[in-house]
Design a protein around this ligand. Structure first.
Ligand code: GLY
Length: 362
């Protein structure tokens, strides 16, 4: 072994597979950052009723397939570029999706959509588990072709050794909607999930049932991952449930940031320190088409000590700093408008570390 190889930096930069990410917190090497360019309003479907803000419903009904407001979009794109610069400044490789035309209407023999949506939230669509990239079977019809913007990236990762697991293509016919068990917007007609309903803890994943994720989808993923991984369904107290990453945010082994009302204690987190996130600081009148201001806690870990946090979420920055984290503040409120924050707009393709066990599961 040379002196160089013994140096901590040399160890930290040791080569890793093209895709390697087991947790939400291991040191980040490469990440996909989404793009909102060319984004359009989603075409309305009834299953959106319980997940989008009240004010967004008439907009989607009227303007589905029409371009998102140019001024707001430009401000959000500038913030995304700001995030890219910060990540690259930390030595992290950033890759971006392809530009695609989201305004093109499309359909199947059973339904049609007046357009797509955007390539802004890869976390909703894609999941990296170890060396595998999983394509989620999303239940919003307008998102049926969202993967197109990411396909050249996925093919490139596959050619460099990653496993590629697209879930069965959902039919999204009317049987999927219209009142599932327990009031969920999707039935058990076929497997559906959004990748953002899952969180990764080494060999264990945690998932919430939601208005876009059904038990069939969870079972599909469990079986696709095989016996090397465990998938635990946790209850959350969220009548609008869609995406677990504004409800639970594991920041380091044993440190779980939670939404103060949505979090329901679960035995998998035995031994973890659980702290509630302070309320968001977003002004009430801020335009929000897709989600609540609680995307304030949708932070991105650069390593187990460092998190990217929205610059104006001062109470959260103070709480995390007091908890021992280094916060990297980035402006991101205009991105909130379009449905998420740092965790949503990214897909961590390469983190250091391997398949550890962190949860209290047998
Ligand atoms: N979907 C998470 C939120 O809107 O808070």
């Amino acid at each position: 072994m040379t002196n160089d190889a013994r140096h901590p930096d040399a160890r930290a930069r040791a080569p890793l597979p093209a895709v390697n990410s087991y947790t939400e917190w291991d040191p980040l090497r490469e990440v996909v950052v989404g793009s909102l360019l060319g984004g359009v309003f989603p075409d309305w479907q009834e299953s959106m009723e319980r997940v989008v803000p009240d004010a967004a419903r008439p907009v989607f009904r009227e303007l589905g397939g029409a371009p998102l407001p140019a001024g707001l979009l430009k401000a959000a794109e500038e913030e995304l570029e700001g995030l890219v610069a910060v990540l690259e400044g930390h030595g992290i490789t950033v890759v971006r999706p392809d530009a695609v035309d989201h305004e093109v209407p499309f359909g199947t023999p059973h339904w049609s959509a007046r357009g797509g949506l955007y390539a802004g939230m890869p976390r909703d669509l894609l999941m990296v588990v170890g060396d595998a990239i999983i394509e989620a079977p999303m239940s919003w019809r307008c998102r049926h072709h969202e993967v197109d913007a990411f396909r050249s990236l996925i093919k490139s990762y596959f050619r460099r050794g990653a496993r590629w697991l697209p879930a069965p293509r959902p039919q999204l016919t009317d049987e999927l909607y219209g009142g599932g068990a327990d009031g969920w917007a999707v039935t058990e007609f076929e497997p559906v999930f959004d990748a953002a309903d899952f969180l990764r803890f080494g060999r264990d994943l945690v998932v919430q049932r939601s208005h876009v994720t059904n038990d069939f989808g969870i079972d599909w993923l469990r079986r696709a991952l095989g016996p090397g991984f465990g998938v635990t369904v946790v209850e959350t107290d969220d009548p609008h449930a869609m995406h677990i990453d504004a409800t639970l945010a594991p920041l380091a082994p044993g440190k779980l940031l939670v939404h103060p009302e949505r979090y329901v204690p679960h035995e998998v987190f035995a031994g973890w320190e659980v702290r509630p996130a302070p309320p968001p600081t977003l002004p009430r009148e801020w335009p929000m088409y897709f989600c609540s201001p609680w995307v304030s806690m949708n932070v991105l870990s650069l390593d187990p000590e460092t998190v990217v946090v929205e610059r104006q979420e001062q109470p959260l920055i103070e709480a995390l700093t007091e908890w021992g984290f280094r916060c990297v503040p980035v402006d991101f409120r205009h991105v909130y408008t379009f449905g998420g924050s740092f965790h949503c707009v990214t897909l961590d393709t390469v983190r250091e570390g391997g398949p550890g066990r962190y949860l209290g599961v047998p």
